[in-house]
Write a protein that binds this ligand. Structure first.
Ligand SMILES: [Zn+2]
Length: 163
């Protein structure tokens, strides 16, 4: 039986440490559009999963925002979820940006926040990225996947530069 952990004897209610949070809709290996039920209350269903650890518990707990806040009291719960929501929205906007153009060779390209991004189309129906003239190594099954990866790369650069 799939009992919520909060009614499981021996599972602590205090002293949890917040580890990190992920956007389930933007995580390699997870099914797109699928939400996860909170392991603690079994009530929250969320796209944003927070991971908690406890010195008395061997396993990591995957919970929703409310339980993450109650169990850890960590201010990063709200801040991180806010960031992930904002990031997801900006990523969607980037992929659907009106400035994407298609070159004569069939490559999509865009000038975005001072970067020149090209989604290079190959004969065998796959795609590669070229960002600011630097060719990427990965192949992508479709242009949208490549565009999404371009956003991830730019976002990393932006965070590194503290902008
Ligand atoms: Zn919960």
């Amino acid at each position: 039986m799939n009992r919520p952990l909060k009614s499981t004897p021996g599972c602590p209610h205090v002293g949890w440490q917040w580890l990190r949070a992920i956007d389930l809709h933007d995580t390699p290996g997870s099914k797109p559009g699928k939400n996860k039920r909170c392991e603690f209350c079994k009530e929250e269903k969320t796209q944003f999963v927070h991971y908690l650890s406890h010195p008395d518990c061997k396993r990591t707990l995957a919970v929703g925002r409310k339980c993450a806040k109650i169990l850890s009291g960590d201010l990063r719960v709200d801040a991180t979820e806010r960031y992930l929501r904002d990031r997801a929205q900006r990523k969607t906007e980037f992929i659907h940006h009106k400035d994407w153009r298609q070159s004569a060779q069939g490559n999509f390209w865009i000038e975005y926040q001072g970067h020149h991004i090209v989604v290079v189309s190959y004969h065998h129906g796959q795609f590669k990225l070229r960002i600011d003239g630097v060719p990427g190594k990965l192949f992508f099954k479709n242009a949208v996947a490549a565009m999404g990866k371009a956003f991830d790369v730019l976002e990393e650069k932006r965070i590194e530069q503290g902008r």
